[in-house]
Design a protein around this ligand. Structure first.
Ligand code: PBG
Length: 335
C-alpha cells in the first residue's frame, strides 16, 4: 500500500519556497524606540538585551540605525524628566516625545508612530487620572486605600485628546493610544479632526490584555503602577469574545488599524480580529516574549535567530499585517 497523498513532494528545496503561504518583510515590522529625558547617555535595558533608552539628542541617530536595517517604521516611547499626578509632561509642547518626533520627522524618512498613554507620565504609574475605585475590599487591595483607586475614564479622555494633538503637531505619522479607556478612539479622533489633523490615522490598541508579559517593558519605560494593577482597564486574558466587542467599538469610533497585544499568547485573538474586521491588524510582540527567548538562548537552550524568525512568521500566519517587535532590526537584517 502506497500513500495516495504525498505532501512531502512539495517540501523539496526550490519547491517549498514556491508554495510558501506566508511572507515576512522588513516593511511589515515596527521597531520600538525609547527616548529618555533623564539621561545624556544611552542606557542599556537589562531585561531587553540589545535595547537602550537613548537621550533625546540621540533620537535621530537611533532612528537612522533602525532605518539601516530595512525597517521603515518606529514606535516612540518616552521617559519624561518629571512626573506628576496628571501626567502633564505627556502633552507639553516641549515634551520629549514632541521634541524627538520633530527632530526625527525633520531629519529622517522614518514613519513615526507615537504611543499615547499616561502611565509613563503619572507619579502613580496608572494610564490616566485617578478617582475612588469600585470600592470594597478585594483580594488585590488587601484593604489598602490606594489600591481602591481606579482610573477616571472620562477625565482621562480629555487628556488623551491633548496628547494626541500635541503629537500630531510635532509631526507624528500615526497615533497609537494604548490605555484601554472606553471611548478613547472617538475622543482622540474628534480632537485630531478639530485641530485639522483629519489625515492622521489612529492605530488603536484595541484588544490589550492585562498581561504578565509586559514585565520587562515596565522596567524599560519606568511605567509600572506604584500600587494596584491594570485589571480595571486592560482585558482579562480569559476573554476572546470580549475582544471582538472591544475591537468593534474602536472600529465604530474611527480606528484605522487594530492592534492585539501581546501577540504569541493571543494568536487566536489576532486570527479572530483579522477574520471579523476589514481593517489592517497589528500585533505587538511584547517585551516578555522577547526577553524569554533571549533568556533561553543565553542558556544555550534555543537558537535565538531561528526562534525569533519563527515567532514573527507565526504572528503573520495568524493574520497580522503589521508586527511591533523588539526583534525588528535583527530579523530585518536577515530577510
Ligand atoms: C503603556 C504600554 C505598555 C506597553 C506598551 N505601552 C505597558 C503596560 O500596559 O503596562 C507594553 C509593551 C511591552 O511589554 O513590550 N500602556
Amino acid at each position: 500500500m502506497h500513500p495516495s497523498e504525498r505532501p512531502r513532494r512539495l517540501r523539496r528545496d526550490g519547491l517549498r519556497e514556491l508554495v510558501s503561504e506566508t511572507d515576512l518583510a522588513a516593511s511589515d515590522l515596527v521597531a520600538p524606540v525609547f527616548v529618555d529625558a533623564t539621561t545624556d547617555e544611552r542606557v542599556p535595558i537589562e531585561s531587553m538585551p540589545g535595547h537602550e533608552r537613548v537621550p533625546v539628542d540621540d533620537a535621530v541617530e537611533r532612528t537612522a540605525e533602525v532605518l539601516e536595517t530595512g525597517v521603515e517604521t518606529i514606535m516612540l516611547f518616552g521617559i519624561p524628566e518629571s512626573k506628576d499626578e496628571q501626567g502633564s509632561r505627556a502633552w507639553a509642547e516641549d515634551g520629549l516625545i514632541q521634541r524627538a518626533t520633530r527632530a526625527i520627522t525633520a531629519e529622517t524618512n522614518a514613519t513615526v508612530i507615537t504611543d499615547v498613554c499616561l502611565c509613563e507620565y503619572t507619579e502613580h504609574g496608572h494610564c490616566g487620572v485617578l478617582e475612588p475605585g469600585v470600592g470594597g475590599e478585594t483580594e488585590h487591595s488587601d484593604g489598602d486605600q490606594e489600591a481602591d483607586l481606579t482610573v477616571d475614564n472620562d477625565a482621562t479622555l480629555d487628556l488623551l485628546g491633548k496628547i494626541a494633538t500635541s503629537h500630531a503637531d510635532a509631526g507624528a505619522d500615526v497615533i497609537a493610544p494604548s490605555g484601554m479607556m472606553d471611548g478613547m478612539v472617538g475622543a482622540i479622533r474628534t480632537a485630531l479632526d478639530d485641530d485639522g489633523y483629519d489625515a492622521v490615522p489612529i492605530m488603536s490598541y484595541a484588544a490589550k490584555y492585562e498581561s504578565a508579559f509586559y514585565g520587562p517593558f515596565r522596567d524599560a519605560a519606568d511605567g509600572a503602577p506604584a500600587f494596584g494593577d491594570r485589571r480595571h482597564y486592560q482585558m482579562d486574558p480569559a476573554n476572546a469574545e470580549e475582544a471582538e466587542r472591544e475591537v468593534r467599538l474602536d472600529v465604530e469610533q474611527g480606528a484605522d488599524m487594530l492592534m492585539v497585544k501581546p501577540a504569541l499568547p493571543y494568536l487566536d485573538v489576532v486570527r479572530r480580529v483579522d477574520e471579523s474586521f476589514d481593517r489592517p491588524v497589528a500585533a505587538y510582540n511584547v517585551s516578555g516574549e522577547y526577553a524569554m527567548l533571549h533568556a533561553a538562548a543565553d542558556r544555550g537552550w534555543l537558537d535565538l535567530e531561528d526562534v525569533a524568525l519563527e515567532s514573527l512568521l507565526s504572528i503573520k500566519r495568524a493574520g497580522a499585517d503589521v508586527i511591533v517587535t523588539y526583534f525588528a532590526e535583527d530579523v530585518a537584517e536577515r530577510l
